[in-house]
Structures are given as structure tokens and as C-alpha cells.
Design a protein around this ligand. Structure first.
Ligand code: HEM
Length: 473
């Protein structure tokens, strides 16, 4: 995609700026995943549970309400609503209690569910195509999460309703059940108290490598060594994986056992489909891939000076003291200014697979100095020179809007509007989050200047007082 696109920029950052510099510490998803081989609510290394497994199951339970015939349900965060997650078919701890991750960091619910992408990758799993655009539901979906005591015909029908064939059902269950296991506390009819110091929450695992994405779930099933409580559990009524895995004469499970590559590629595909199972009317974006060069820019008016500060991220690059990065800004009167962007730090993504380097316009990690621009000339776009090579999004440049901005004073003060823009209305959108993490937007009008604006001034100051609304947001 082309920068700037506020929503895609934000989603791209959620997915790809995970650890290290500029990763929005309180809201970075990686802080919820790590360690993904343990359980962090509360922290415990020998509970037998894992963050990765917990959230992948949560994501599936949200998706499993989908009805492909009438287009209702699916990945819409409805599982966060008490009426839905308290259902017997969920059998999971409260998602809104004091230790819930939803309480931490005020994330939109979907940002959390999307984190199953990261969890998979951090656990050795495949990278999954990442699309944005899901919407948080306001009301619960119809029930429909499969439970182990249902028979095979009922499971086939349930996955068909969700949009998956029988073969895909076998695949999706195997892909999910390479992680985690069944807990005694929620399923005493399936798992006994284990008296195992490495599984203090009495979790009987689906395979021997329950924190890792691998095809052992299939290999152990085919070799007859599986200890899965849903295959060889003492209660045959709840051996749903035995019925599902064997439903095509073991053809699919055998192919997974024989080929880790096939298992991985099948799961990447099925997990992507599961995460993209959305109610009709929701349009997902194209797959979001990281921008090779991504600025993050702040433009304000300070007195009579236009101040441009910012960062630029170079994707998939490591620190290189000999690299030079220059920032070029193009203005309304055909001029181009230029300044240095200095190395600040690195960040990493996808379990350390990618490293990105960050540069600050005219700044070092210890001191941030904005670039001072002539307000009359303004700024229309940026481009960068990286080791002398022009980076300008293939000729488009990185467009900057200088028609409206905030003045340096915070909530009380001015909103400079560039002369010639002549807006009929200027307002700020304020994002509010309610008690069930639903977002709404209110608009705050900004008052036009009472005096006529002098013809030779670059900007007129519209005024606002948002201190009160900011305090309450
Ligand atoms: C017929 C379909 C399915 C049934 C009956 C079923 C049943 C179960 C049960 C009973 C548990 C134990 C939960 C607990 O004790 O906390 C479980 C765990 C789990 N399920 Fe499934 N499941 C099904 C399909 C899936 C699918 C399609 C996925 C993902 C794609 C999935 C992912 C998981 C994961 C990751 C866990 C481990 C959770 C943890 O250890 O915290 N399941 N499943």
C-alpha cells in the first residue's frame, strides 16, 4: 500500500513493529505473547499451559460462530462479550476479569485476536497472511462452537456451516491441536487430576511438543504413541479428535505425518482462512506487507515556525554505521530542503526473523530536534536518500498534509489552517472506548478565527478547548 494510510499504517505497525525501538510499549502485542511457551495470567512456567495455545483456541472460538449461509458470526471479537464467552460451549475463563489481557493496554479486541498470527510465528509456526478490517461486534453471535461430546456427523455439519470441508476440518483441528491440551478444571469428564509438577494446572496435552508448532500431533497419532485426551481419553464419548482424524481413513493425518512441509503449508492456509472468516458486509484489506521505508511524521506550528519531526524505519535492515540516510522535503513553491536522519535504534519482528533500523530526522536518541520549515513554503511530501539511493515510493513521494495541524500548545489553543484551504468546518475526531472495548468516535468542532486573516500570513489560527474532553477520554 501507499503511505500515508492512517489505518493501514497502524495495522502494519501492530503486525510488524513488535519488539525494540518504537513498539508502543504498553500496547505492543509481543508483550502479550512472550513467553509464548508459558502462561502469563498469572506468570507460571510449569502450569502446563501456554499463551500461544490459549489465544489460538480463543481465536478459533470467535471464528467458529460463523454461518457461511447467512453470513453471520465469525471473527468479530464477539467472544469478549459476557453473554457469549460465558456459554457452556466455551468453557474458558472470563475474558473481562481483573487479570484479563483486555484490561491491560486498552487494546481493541481484534488487535488481541490477531495476535494469534504472532503467537504462531513465535512458536515456530508459519507466517500467516495478515489482512485488516475486521470490526468488533456489538452483540453476541449465535452459539456454534463444537464440543467434544458431539458425534462426527455433527462436527462435519458444524465445520461445513463455518465454511470448511471435511478434509479441511481434519486439517484445522490438527493445526490447532499441535498446541496445548485439555485442562482438568474445565473438563473433569475428560482429564483427571494429574499430580504432575510440570503441569500444575492438570493439562493433558495433545502432543509431546505442546508449545511448538510441528506435525507431532499427526506423527504421534499415526504411530499410535499419542497420549491426546481427545484421541485416547478414558471417556470414548469425548474422543472427538479420534473420530475426526480417522474420518477419511487417516489419509489426511498420514500425509501430515509424512510431510512436515505439507502440514506447515496446509496450516498457514487454514489458519489464514479461519482468521479471515468474517461476517458478511465486513471487507478485509489486501494482505498487509511491511513497507520497506516507512516514515512516522509529526508536523506542528510553534509560534510562526513550522516544525517537522519524525522517524523513518528501514525494514529488514541491520545496524550499519556506514549507512547514510537523508530526509528531503518538498514544498509548495517547488523547493526541496534536506537534512540528516541519524540512526536511533533497532526493532525486531516475527520471532526475531526480521530486524528494522530506525532513523530520526535531525535527531539522536538523546536529543530530538525538529526540522524548522518556512510556513509560507510549507511541505507537500518527503523522500529519502539511503546511501544515495532515492526512496520515494516509486515516484509518488511520501505525501504530507500541511493544510491543518495542531499548534504546540496541547489541548487548549490553536489549530492552524493553511490559507487557501478555506474549510467550511474543522473538527477533531476523538476515539472513545466503552466498557466492552467497543470504539466510538465523537467530533469536536474547532472555532474559526473571529478576525479576517491577513492576506500575507501562511496560516490562520482556529481555536479550540479540548482539555475537558481529553481528560475524560
Ligand atoms: C471439533 C472441533 C474441536 C473440538 C471438539 C475441540 C475441543 C477442545 C477441547 C475440549 C480443548 C481443551 C480446552 C481447555 O481445557 O482449555 C481444546 C483445546 C484447544 N483447542 Fe480445540 N477443539 C476443536 C477444534 C479446534 C480448532 C479448529 C482449533 C484451532 C484451529 C483448536 C485449537 C485449540 C487449542 C490451541 C487448544 C489448547 C488450549 C490451551 O491449551 O489453552 N481447536 N479443544
Amino acid at each position: 500500500y501507499v503511505w500515508p494510510s492512517p489505518q493501514l499504517d497502524a495495522l502494519e505497525a501492530v503486525r510488524f513493529d513488535q519488539l525494540g525501538f518504537n513498539t508502543l510499549s504498553a500496547t505492543t502485542l509481543a508483550s502479550f505473547i512472550q513467553p509464548c511457551d508459558q502462561f502469563t495470567f498469572p506468570p507460571s512456567s510449569n502450569s502446563g499451559r501456554s499463551n500461544a495455545a490459549d489465544w489460538i483456541r480463543t481465536a478459533y472460538h470467535d471464528a467458529a460462530t460463523h454461518n457461511s449461509t447467512d453470513g453471520t458470526g465469525g471473527m468479530d471479537g464477539s467472544i469478549r462479550l459476557q453473554a457469549e464467552h460465558a456459554r457452556a460451549e466455551m468453557r474458558m475463563p472470563s475474558l473481562s476479569g481483573p487479570s484479563s489481557p483486555l484490561r491491560i493496554g486498552k487494546l481493541g479486541y481484534f488487535e488481541l485476536l490477531r495476535s494469534s498470527h504472532l503467537r504462531l510465528k513465535y512458536s515456530g509456526g508459519p507466517e500467516i497472511a495478515f489482512r485488516g478490517g475486521r470490526l468488533d461486534a456489538a452483540v453476541p453471535n449465535a452459539p456454534g462452537v463444537p464440543v467434544p461430546e458431539q458425534g462426527l456427523a455433527s462436527h462435519i455439519a458444524s465445520f461445513a456451516r463455518q465454511g470448511f470441508t471435511q478434509t479441511e476440518m481434519i486439517g484445522l483441528v490438527a493445526c490447532g491441536h499441535t498446541f496445548g491440551g485439555v485442562q482438568h478444571s474445565f473438563f473433569p469428564d475428560i482429564v483427571n487430576v494429574l499430580i504432575d509438577p510440570t503441569s500444575t494446572e492438570d493439562v493433558a496435552h495433545f502432543d509431546s511438543t505442546f508449545v511448538t508448532f510441528d506435525n507431532n500431533v499427526a506423527a504421534e497419532y499415526i504411530s499410535g504413541t499419542t497420549k491426546s485426551p481427545l484421541v485416547v481419553g478414558f471417556n470414548d464419548t469425548t474422543n472427538s479428535d479420534k473420530r475426526i482424524f480417522g474420518s477419511d481413513g487417516n489419509v489426511t493425518m498420514l500425509s501430515f505425518a509424512n510431510s512436515p512441509e505439507l502440514f506447515t503449508s496446509t496450516c498457514a492456509n487454514l489458519f489464514a482462512r479461519m482468521l479471515d472468516t468474517v461476517p458478511s458486509g465486513v471487507e478485509l484489506t489486501d494482505v498487509i506487507t511491511p513497507l520497506p521505508v516507512k516514515p512516522s511524521v509529526n508536523l506542528i506550528m510553534n509560534g510562526d515556525t513550522l516544525q517537522l519531526s519524525g522517524l523513518v524505519r528501514l525494514w529488514n535492515t541491520t545496524e550499519d554505521p556506514t549507512r547514510t540516510v537523508r530526509v528531503l522535503w518538498h514544498d509548495h513553491v517547488g523547493g526541496t530542503g534536506n537534512g540528516t536522519a541519524n540512526f536511533l535504534d533497532t526493532s525486531s519482528s516475527t520471532g526475531g526473523k526480521y530486524t528494522a533500523t530506525w532513523y530520526g530526522f535531525n535527531s539522536t536518541v538523546f536529543s530530538f530536534h525538529p526540522l524548522l520549515l518556512d510556513p509560507v513554503a510549507g511541505v507537500t511530501s518527503l523522500s529519502f536518500l539511503v546511501d544515495g539511493n532515492l526512496e520515494d515510493q516509486g515516484g509518488l513521494g511520501f505525501a504530507i498534509q500541511d493544510g491543518f495541524m495542531l499548534s504546540q500548545t496541547s489541548c487548549q489553543g490553536g489549530a492552524p489552517v493553511r490559507n487557501g484551504v478555506n474549510p467550511s468546518r474543522v473538527y477533531l475526531e476523538q476515539i472513545n472506548i466503552d466498557s466492552v472495548q467497543r470504539r466510538s468516535i465523537t467530533e469536536n468542532d474547532i472555532t474559526p478565527p473571529s478576525q479576517p486573516v491577513a492576506a500575507n500570513s501562511a496560516y490562520s489560527l482556529w481555536s479550540m478547548n479540548l482539555c475537558q474532553s481529553f481528560e475524560h477520554s
